[in-house]
Write a protein that binds this ligand. Structure first.
Ligand SMILES: NC(=O)c1ccc[n+]([C@@H]2O[C@H](COP(=O)([O-])OP(=O)(O)OC[C@H]3O[C@@H](n4cnc5c(N)ncnc54)[C@H](OP(=O)(O)O)[C@@H]3O)[C@@H](O)[C@H]2O)c1
Length: 235
């Protein structure tokens, strides 16, 4: 449904969604495409463009295509909970060096490469937003249940990466908002195998909430860890 969504950005703003082939990335792209304030939504994904965020050269090549473009909003919606058929651990006995390294490569180092290569493509001297999808389970303070040690710790590392990058980006552009965003429990292929007994939102509803929460954040909030409802999450 067409309407105005990202009112805090300049009219005619330009957006980039990385991981636009995923359940949440696709829904965010569609919401932005329907936003009358948005002039253009660029989508990037592994499936459509061959962008592999675990390959530094691939990330560099993808960003290189946009050297003459400036974005007001960038959302990185990549990530995985199950990699090469290996899902999250139930116990520390299941820790595997190989599986844990893959979680870190995809959920922490990959987004760091995205920030390195795409933050310079943010517009200058005006409000811009760069959001990276994290997960509440990456919160150390909120962890009462244990389990999922590789995914949790890769997202905790991601949160530190986003926080650190935000400080540097705000020195160049004090109006920037760079945050880690928990999308909620959303019905996508990532969460399907773990959904029994859990309530999940539809990707469209999650996307709208995420974008509304981002729209309401201020430069003073940069570097923070937030949920789709705008609430802040303990580290
Ligand atoms: N769904 C939830 O309940 C939930 C909850 C908390 C946090 N999250 C977080 O939200 C984000 C999006 O999750 P989702 O539910 O939308 O998952 P999804 O539907 O499985 O989408 C995952 C996305 O990540 C991309 N991707 C995976 N490996 C990649 C790689 N090596 N290089 C480039 N792209 C890669 C996929 O690209 P291709 O499909 O093109 O390969 C796809 O676009 C993730 O960071 C996830 O941790 C989700």
């Amino acid at each position: 449904m067409a309407g105005r969504l990202m009112n805090s950005l300049d009219p005619g703003y330009s957006a980039l969604v990385i991981g636009a082939s995923g359940g949440i990335g696709q829904a965010i792209s569609m919401c932005l495409a329907a936003d009358l304030n948005c002039s253009k939504v660029t989508q990037l994904s592994r499936r459509a463009d061959g962008l592999d965020i675990t390959d530094e050269e691939s990330v560099h090549r993808a960003a290189d295509r946009f050297q003459s473009t400036r974005f007001d909003l960038i959302v990185c919606a990549t990530g995985a909970l199950t990699i090469d058929g290996i899902g999250p651990e139930k116990s520390i006995r299941q820790i595997s060096q190989k599986a844990m390294m893959k979680q870190f490569a995809l959920n922490a180092v990959g987004p760091a490469l995205i920030v390195k290569n795409f933050a310079p493509l943010l517009a200058w001297k005006k409000r811009v937003i760069f959001a990276v999808l994290s997960a509440r389970v990456g919160s150390i303070g909120d962890n009462q249940l244990g389990g999922w040690i590789s995914y949790r710790s890769s997202k905790a590392a991601l949160n530190q990466i986003v926080h650190t990058a935000a400080i540097e980006v705000s020195r160049a552009n004090p109006a920037s908002v760079v945050v880690a965003m928990h999308p909620g429990s959303v019905a996508t292929s990532l969460s399907d195998p773990f959904s029994s007994g859990h309530e999940r939102s539809k990707p469209d509803d999650a996307a709208r909430s995420i974008l509304q929460a981002l729209d309401a954040l201020q430069p003073a909030n940069t570097g923070g860890f937030f949920a789709y409802d705008g609430s802040s999450i303990v580290w």
